[in-house]
Design a protein around this ligand. Sequence first.
Ligand code: C2O
Ligand code: CU
Ligand code: CU
Length: 573
Amino acid sequence: MKKILFIICLLLTIHVSYAQYNPLWIPDTLSGSTFNLTAQDTFRQMLTGNQTITAAYNGDWWGPTMIWYKGQTVHMNVTNKLQDTTTVHWHGMHLPAVMDGGPHQLIPPNTVWSPYWTIENNAATYWYHPHLHMEAEKQITEGLGGLIIVRDSIESALALPRTYGIDDIPLILTDRSFSANQMTVVPYGDSMVTNGVLHAQCTLPAQVVRFRMLDAAIERSYNIGLSDGSTFYVITSDGGLLNAPVPLTRFLISPGERVEILVDLTGKTGSLDLKAYNSTLSNFVGGGENFGGGPFANALGKKDFPILHINIGAQTALPITTIPSTLTTNTYLSASSASVTRDLTMSDSTGVSGILGPNAFIINHQIFQLNKIDYHVPVDSTEIWQITSSSVFSHPFHIHDVEFNVLSINGATPPAEQQGWKDVILVPNKPQGPTSSNQVVRFIARFSDFSDTIHPFMFHCHIALHEDEGMMGQFVVTGNSLPNGIAEPNTVKPDYTIYPNPSTNQLFISFANTSTSAYYVRIVDALGRTMYMLPRPQLENGIDINGLSAGIYDLQLTDDKTKITVSKKFVKE
Ligand code: C2O
Ligand code: CU
Ligand code: CU
């Protein structure tokens, strides 16, 4: 009886103190060299009552965290089981453009896309997400996305928390609005959603813990802080470790950005909150506005609100209890090594024709055109990109292919936490008033390799709504011998045979001319549906066709040099 009473008391206590919270969900991890991701329409218990229709990679929300090592080659098999076409972009990765997953690498439903590349990025937190033009906001809202943790020898040698889910905690920050338990596609949600969970809490050991934070929101920035006012330590920027931890009490993270911080819970008891202190944000930063009504109105605007309720628990067996004083030695590019300064503008679209919404924002005075290449960047060159903004709003600028180093923000050296490798930088808004001046951000980057005249890399505002409305541009990296992306004047078609044909499980290609190689192979069924998309296939290993049902297919091979495509039929038995 005593025991039963005790249990009832315990249940009551749990009920009283924890009922308002839900356990933080930690995505599973995937590691190895082959990664299978299936994008699927699904549903999840997000609220009490009816389940919420979602989309996810493999599970019912978001996707697995992939763990990669610098220097390894990763092979991805992305299967699209959604109703819609999608793309998957590996945000922050330095990789061939044809593998990048931007708006040009469309994966139709029921198609497998198999990019692969060697990891050259530094240890840090990256992510993957859909990048379908004009559909990014919708597909990200549905739940599609995932984290990537890159490890390398420098980071591994440091005494940092590294036990995933225990003292190394992924935090995917976003917000959603619901109507009858279903998500609405809106720029700002009414509820904070941390790792797919509303009112998230977790128990963390009383030692140094690491948060890997990603702003995966459509539009909102989060002004991160701890409710007990304590200092935390920023150890990374988007693309790698900082030279040394930067102590802060607030960090503003914007859509697309990642930051890893250390929080020292040593000696603490009880609980505290990780919060967004957005009441202090300017009205011109996403989440800093307090709209009275209309499409941008939301319950979290210009408010402070919890991101994660942290209960402090027992230490682990080998706790990290100190903050390292140094992390790495980054060597940045010197401004004098740049061969060109590209001038970009960001502005409001007022008066520009062809704009979708009344409040759209644009880059270089034009809306994005899928078939217009804005820049030809010579391979093996270093460039300064100077972004001048006259926009009334702040925009997180993101570029594919490279990690950059911010040279200046309005002429001043960026704060220490922004001095590392980055791929997103918040370009401040032009202040109101007749005498205010445009805002200028300069960064430097090296476009070391991966020339490709066909597949461009993107640059854009990472507010998905703005990106969808056309606040985006694109560049190709051109080969040394091919200025301006003009292909060699070679019109010789690739001549090849497929063997064995018919085949049951593997296809091989033999080229009539040994200098031919494949840029792309697509396998299309008799109804014209793309089944496999194989960028730069490693043909010596054969093409695995076990996943195809018996029938006649077209193999469409694009030659690497001429980019001419020749189709041949084969029979799968
Ligand atoms: Cu995170 Cu162009 O994307
Ligand atoms: Cu990206
Ligand atoms: Cu924007």
